[in-house]
Structures are given as C-alpha cells and as structure tokens.
Design a protein around this ligand. Structure first.
Ligand SMILES: Cc1cc2nc3c(=O)[nH]c(=O)nc-3n(C[C@H](O)[C@H](O)[C@H](O)COP(=O)(O)O)c2cc1C
Length: 305
C-alpha cells in the first residue's frame, strides 16, 4: 500500500516530512546542518532574530529537572542586518527548507524586520515570535492584546512576500481568540506553543539558579498542556497548526497529529539527541501502515471523542 508522509501547510506548501526543528534549538553550525541533511525533517526554524544584536543573558542559561528544562538564553542573536548579510552562505549546506523567526518590541520593529528579510530567497515563511515585551504597550507582553496581534500581522502582511506564521506562548494559546485574530489578519499558519514562564531557586546561594531571574520551561512536562491547546486551536481556525511542546518520541508526535496539528515541532528533545527525528519519523510511518492510512492527514480522523 502506498501512503504519503507529506505535511500540507497550505499557503506555505507541502513539507516532505511533518517534523520541524523548532526555533532556538536549531543552529547554523555546519556539522549540525550536515547531520540534519540525513534526517527526515520537513523544515527547520532559525533562532529568533531581532532588530539589534543581542548577547543574551548571563550564564547559567539552561537548567534541567525531571521532565523539563528551563532556558533563559535571552534571544542571543546577531541582529537582522548581520543575519541577512551572512544568511545564504551560513545556511548553504542545509538541504531542507528554512523558516525565519523574527521578533520585535513594537509593530514598527516587526515591520523593520520583515522589510529587511525581503531580499532573502531561501526561507519558505516568516515566523512571528509574538511572545516579546512590547514597548508600545508599557511593557505588556506583545501578544497579550488581540489588537496588537491584528496590527502586527496586518502590517507585516503588507510588507512581506513570505507566508506568515504566528507563534504563540501558552498565555496566547489558552483561548483561541488570539489565533482567530492572527488568522483574520492574514497569517498562513499558527505555531504553538512557546515555552512556559518558569523559575528555579538556588536555596544555598539565596538567588535564582539561572543567571537571569527566570526563564521558559520546555520538554515533556509541557506536552499535555500543549496538546490540549493544539486540539482546541486546530478546531478554531481553518489554517494549519504546527504543534510543539515536549515531543520526544513517535507516540508524542502522533498524539499531536491526532489532535489536529498538520506538522509537529521538536525542540528540547533535539538538544538531547539531534537524531531523534529519524525515530519519530519511523514511528509515524509504522502507525500509518498499521492503521492502513493513506497519509498523515488521515490520523486525526481516527480520533473518537
Ligand atoms: C534553548 C531554547 C531556546 C529557544 N529559543 C526560542 C527562540 O529563539 N524563539 C522561539 O520562538 N522559541 C524558542 N524556544 C521555544 C521552542 O521553539 C519551543 O516552542 C518550545 O521549547 C517547546 O517545544 P519543546 O518542548 O519541544 O522544546 C526555545 C526553546 C529552547 C529550549
């Protein structure tokens, strides 16, 4: 029996695999890009790029616990100008599609980033990381106001020739109205979820165990929460949802696809084992064969209530 492992991301196109390496856990180091060339991935998302270069937060930036990590990288990146200048050469060895992640502190900054990205030929989409502080709104997280989501998507849509993806934090994914606002303003897909704000204290040094006060939690502990959000939001908007949060094996990935995700993202598990994608892909394929499906699109149809 023949079947398809392609992920249909609508306006973004078809990916040859439903597995995406998510933002912040994908690097541009050549040996790593080469390693991923032999992995069955559909796309990879760059680290989030900002207007000005950022050197990131003090060390330690990653802590590990039972079923989770907390990171406080602080969006370390070279800034959009240096990124664009070196992009083609830096990602030249990657044989899979790339998605460019950007984040601004205001609508104007998002527009600036979208404009700077215009000359690039390689990315298949721009992912708007909407979980950042917004200076226009007295420090309120950018996406915590639906009007801001509408505004940033509408303005970037006018500037960019790339399909847009809105990436949400758990706070924006807790209710589908944020995704609906982003869809109405013109995004082609929704990515969820970003990390959950979290902290760890060092009780012997009477301070945060991280170099920074707090960070974002990811990994297996995030999975049940992310899964429910993907289930709800994929039923609320007619555009593809890319589901992520704690996926570390084939069973996790199949749960997200069954809940309604059109593709799945792997982050923390990729840091643990950058070949995890092969095992996840093979498990999805076996599941499709065992259930005599014709494509991953049939997986959600198996779900009864
Ligand atoms: C070390 C690290 C850095 C991250 N950096 C970014 C980032 O720059 N932009 C972004 O949108 N998400 C970032 N994320 C969030 C991931 O893309 C993903 O949404 C989240 O970790 C949940 O997936 P996971 O549990 O598979 O890691 C980062 C996650 C980790 C662990």
């Amino acid at each position: 029996m023949t079947y398809s492992m392609e992920a249909d991301l609508g306006a973004i196109g078809n990916l040859k695999s439903p597995i995406i390496v998510v933002s912040g856990t994908y690097g541009s180091a050549k040996p790593y890009q080469e390693l991923l060339n032999s992995q069955p991935i559909g796309a990879a998302v760059t680290k989030t790029i900002t207007k000005a270069p950022k050197s990131g937060n003090p060390q330690p930036r990653i802590l590990e616990g039972k079923g989770w990590i907390i990171n406080s990288i602080g969006l370390e990146n070279p800034g959009i100008e240096a990124f664009v200048e070196h992009f083609e050469e830096e990602y030249a060895t990657a044989s899979y599609p790339l998605i460019l992640s950007i984040s601004g502190e205001s609508v104007q900054e998002f527009c600036y980033l979208a404009e700077k990205a215009e000359p690039l030929s390689t990315p298949i989409a721009l992912e708007l990381n909407l979980s950042c502080p917004n200076v226009d709104d007295e420090g309120l997280a950018f996406g915590l106001k639906r009007e801001r989501i509408t505004e940033v998507v509408t303005e970037c849509r006018k500037i960019s020739r790339f399909p847009l993806i809105a990436k949400f934090s758990p706070f924006q994914a807790i209710d589908a109205s944020f995704a609906v606002a982003a869809y109405k303003a013109g995004v082609s897909a929704i990515s969820l979820i970003n990390t959950m704000p979290a902290m760890k204290l060092d009780i012997r040094r009477f301070r945060s165990a991280l170099g920074f006060l707090s960070g974002g939690m990811s990994g297996p502990a995030l999975k049940p929460i992310a899964l429910k959000m993907v289930y709800e939001i994929s039923r609320s908007v007619p555009i593809p949802v890319i589901g992520m949060g704690g996926i570390s094996c084939g069973e996790d990935a199949i749960e997200f696809l069954m809940a309604g995700a059109k593709a799945i993202g792997i982050g923390t598990a990729n840091l643990v084992d950058p070949t995890v994608h092969t095992a996840v892909y093979s498990d999805i394929r076996s599941f499709i064969e065992e259930n005599r499906l014709s494509s991953i699109r049939d997986i959600p149809k198996l779900l009864s209530r």
